[in-house]
Design a protein around this ligand. Structure first.
Ligand code: ZN
Length: 501
């Protein structure tokens, strides 16, 4: 067992090294690479990804997994070895099902469509990308076909991001969520709108970054194992458990950008920084699903970072950082500003109440496109109609409609969006469980102490990495399967008070 297990982890570490090298090149591309590097960078990434894929599908790796399995099973279902074998087998089988020819054909197609989209969005020219998008839908179906049989053609695509979840469950969850969100948004938008003008003054960029980083530090982000840089689109990336980086963007006239982007990405990073160090470079050292990952960014950004207890504690510090801008702005005004709910066109600018409606709409379109009920060419029109009924606003341009998100123009149609809504649901469910275990958490947050919450999350969620599936994690950490109830309770309590409902 030991020699085989060591050989297995050594091979997995080489695979991880290749993926980490690709991630590092991608981070560099988004932060510091000069424009002239882009063509070579594309080739370098393709080479590394091919090598990583080759390592994962090397028959010797599968043989090692087989050899290690009996001993791993004897160690018990919850053991490191048993969990590693389960995840390795899943990843190897998944990689082996997709022919190399498809992988490279899709990479080429994807790069071409992305390039067109970059130009089509500012030009508001959906027609120029629609035929290629139709091809993406076909190729997404083809990809799903490698995993037949399935109950729904989107299931294998969803499984890439959120293992354990299928269209039937998601449709039930999201239909229920939508049915509750639509009347809540109606009620809120009938009330007097919040005034967010205090956020839109001039705030020096360096001071914004300093305050946001200080908050990430307080949450527990470990700067000796991370760093922050600026990018157009903020993200978190990891090259090892000792190097978990975040990026942010700063807008001088919008205090919310750098602050909440930083808290969001710090939430993702806290998850990765607290994974069991034994799992390093083994396939287990990652978040267990996109939805669970997003639950942590949304938890720290919204349930903590946009909460009243948090700002009762931190608002005086923020005012001291920006005395000219916020010195005369009462806490209540600021709190309402950062929690303003409004009908909006752009998903990434949406508040936490309307956000789910943006996501569910995209999820439903993915299913309709894959099922052949909606043609790619008709997406723009369908988008306008659905935005009118669900969001209460109609985009004047496709740039503000079906061209706004990069996802379908740089990847599969199917599985691209559900994680964002799941993140809200899961985040609220984890947070409620943490509060049941430690009712003192809100008082501690007000006092600027986050250790109890972070430690509970680390022990119950983070440390497990991929050793627990999302379903197992939900049950073990919260005692219940995933549900919309904790999130809707949270929204009703918070926004009921804010908008006097
Ligand atoms: Zn995120």
């Amino acid at each position: 067992m030991n020699a085989d297990f060591d050989a297995l982890t050594a091979r997995l570490a080489e695979h991880d090294d290749l993926r980490s090298a690709a991630a590092l090149l991608r981070w560099d591309q988004a932060t510091y690479m000069p424009e002239g590097g882009s063509a070579a960078r594309g080739r370098q990434l393709a080479t590394l990804e091919k090598l990583a894929h080759d390592r994962l599908t090397d028959p010797e790796l599968a043989r090692l997994v087989d050899r290690v399995t009996p001993a791993a099973e004897r160690e018990g279902d919850g053991s490191f070895a048993a969990r590693l074998v389960r995840v390795a087998r899943r990843d190897i089988e998944r990689a082996a099902r997709v022919p190399a020819a498809f992988v490279s054909a899709f990479a080429t197609h994807r790069a071409e469509l992305y390039d067109r989209w970059v130009r089509a969005r500012p030009a508001n020219d959906f027609a120029s990308v629609a035929p290629l998008l139709a091809r993406t839908v076909e190729m997404s179906r083809e990809y799903a076909g490698f995993f037949a049989p399935y109950a729904h053609v989107a299931d294998p695509l969803i499984d890439l991001m959120d293992p354990d979840l299928k269209v039937t469950q998601l449709r039930a969850l999201f239909d229920g969520l939508r049915a509750e969100l639509v009347p809540l948004v109606d009620a809120i938008t009938r009330a007097a709108p919040a005034d967010a003008s205090c956020l839109h003054q001039t705030f020096p960029e360096a001071d914004q970054l300093a305050f946001a980083s200080a908050m990430a530090t307080r949450f527990g982000y470990d700067w000796s194992r991370g760093r922050q840089d600026r990018t157009a689109h903020p993200f978190m990336t990891k090259f090892s458990l000792g190097d978990v980086r975040i990026t942010t963007r700063v807008r001088p006239n919008d205090l919310a950008q750098a602050l909440f982007c930083t808290l969001h990405e710090a939430g993702h990073a806290l998850y990765e920084q607290h994974i069991d160090r034994r799992y390093e470079a083994t396939l287990l050292a990652e978040g267990t699903s996109s939805g669970v990952h997003e639950s942590q960014s949304r938890l720290w950004e919204n349930l903590v970072g946009r909460s009243l207890p948090f700002w009762k504690g931190q608002y005086p510090t923020l005012q001291a950082a920006f005395p000219a801008q916020l010195g005369g702005v009462p806490l209540d005004t600021f709190y309402r500003a950062i929690n303003r709910v409004q009908r909006s066109l752009i998903r990434t600018d949406a508040d936490e109440v309307t956000y789910g409606l943006h996501v569910i709409m995209r999820f439903d379109f993915e299913l309709e496109l894959l099922e052949g009920k909606l043609a790619a060419a008709d997406l723009a029109e369908a988008w306008r109609e659905r935005a009118r009924t669900d969001l209460g606003v109609v985009p004047g341009t496709d740039a503000d409609g079906c061209l706004q998100d990069v996802h379908w123009y740089d990847g599969f149609v199917g599985g691209a969006f559900q994680s964002y809504a799941l993140g809200n649901l899961m985040g609220a469910q984890f947070f409620a469980a943490a509060l049941r275990a430690h009712p003192s958490i809100p008082r501690e947050i007000e006092a600027g102490h986050f250790d109890t919450l972070r430690t509970w999350l680390a022990d119950n969620v983070y440390v497990h990495g991929r050793a627990r599936t999302p379903d197992e994690l939900m049950l073990s950490a919260t005692g219940a399967p995933l549900s919309t109830a904790p999130f809707m309770d949270y929204l009703r309590t918070k926004y009921g008070a804010l908008y006097g409902l």
